[in-house]
Design a protein around this ligand. Structure first.
Ligand SMILES: [Zn+2]
Ligand SMILES: [Zn+2]
Length: 343
């Protein structure tokens, strides 16, 4: 199976958090957190359509300027999401520059800011051509988890507690469509851009009895198929991919309960491990997780795999101790949960 999303941490675990999530076979990407992203090539930055920021501490947000600079002068839309206070934070950044020259750039960039509150989402847009003046007052929308929904996937958030509100983030593919090469071959079809159209028809829930037309040319013989019959022949539908991202949270009982439920069943959980557990008091005072807590949460959430990041600089050169502690906790917790469910 080719996963649709190929998430990768932009930096090493001692550096700023940012999870870059490009889409397989598409010039498109999402990003969770905007720490220092100078390692991303401009061609990757240009793929970003939506950026989700857990909170605006500097190490998670300093990359906003870099992204904005790269997109300036482009005819594109960038949607940004963050917790309470986010709109004022971005407006503050925008107010920090002089925009008199954007007229010459014929700047077609538009920013759509979204601020997450419990039960409520505020949205406000800004046009580069208007020197990033707000287009209107913020509008309020209901918020019950999902932040952004497309036919193929959804990004959702939960409000967790750091020293300030901090978003846990998850990306969930609705279901996964694998294309079967032998199936294509059997009916004499070549893979091509039409496959994206075919998958989109499935994600959009199109009537299986409807017609699906193939263009002729570009290696395709063309032809008309019944969508459901074509699906039977060339596709296999499996569970969708889930990626969860949690950072900068204290291990309080309310946070733990929310994290475990939110990350449930993740194929990949990216989770911070700022401290070793023998410094759990320091971790708690700074509203961060220890490696042991991260491993326990990953196991309780039944995450298939987890990756640690956001190590405190005090462990420079000792990163493997954090990894070992989290792995042990993950294994122990899984064993214990397994025994409890057998009993
Ligand atoms: Zn923080
Ligand atoms: Zn941080």
């Amino acid at each position: 199976m080719h996963p649709l999303f190929l998430p990768r941490l932009v930096n090493g675990p001692f550096e700023d958090p940012a999870l870059f999530i490009p889409f397989q076979f598409q010039r498109r990407a999402l990003i969770f957190d905007l720490g220092d992203i100078s390692r991303l090539a401009p061609r990757d930055l240009l793929k970003i359509s939506h950026a989700f920021v857990t909170h605006t501490h500097m190490d998670h947000f300093i990359g906003f300027d870099h992204l904005l600079r790269c997109l300036l002068g482009r005819e594109t839309d960038l949607s940004l999401y963050g917790p309470s206070g986010f709109i004022a934070n971005v407006e503050g950044k925008l107010a920090g520059y002089s925009w008199d020259l954007v007229d010459r750039l014929s700047c077609g960039l538009r920013l759509h800011l979204h601020e997450v509150h419990p039960g409520r989402l505020l949205r406000r847009s800004y046009a580069g051509s208007e020197r990033f003046a707000a287009e209107s007052d913020a509008t309020a929308l209901p918020f019950a988890g999902p932040l952004h929904t497309e036919p193929a996937f959804e990004v959702s958030a939960t409000v967790l507690q750091h020293s300030i509100p901090c978003l846990g983030l998850a990306l969930k593919e609705r279901f996964h469509v694998s294309i079967l090469a032998p199936g294509l071959e059997a009916i004499g079809l070549q893979p091509g851009p039409w496959l994206t159209r075919f998958k989109n028809a499935l994600y959009a829930g199109a009537d299986p009895n409807s017609d699906f037309d193939l263009e002729t040319g570009a290696g395709d013989p063309g032809g008309r198929f019944i969508l459901g019959e074509l699906q039977q022949k060339i596709a296999r539908i499996t569970a969708g991919q889930k990626i969860a991202y949690i950072t900068d949270v204290g291990d309080t009982s309310a946070n733990r309960e929310a994290m475990v439920a939110f990350a449930h069943g993740a194929d990949q959980l990216f989770i911070e491990a700022a401290f070793l557990h023998n410094e759990r008091e320091r971790a708690s005072a700074k509203h961060h997780l220890t490696a042991r807590q991260a491993g326990e949460i990953a196991a309780l959430a039944c995450a298939r795999d987890f990756k640690l990041f956001h190590f405190s600089p005090r462990y420079e050169g000792r990163g493997e101790e954090l990894v070992r502690e989290a792995r042990e906790a993950y294994q122990k917790t899984r064993d214990r949960v397994g025994r409890d469910s057998e009993a």
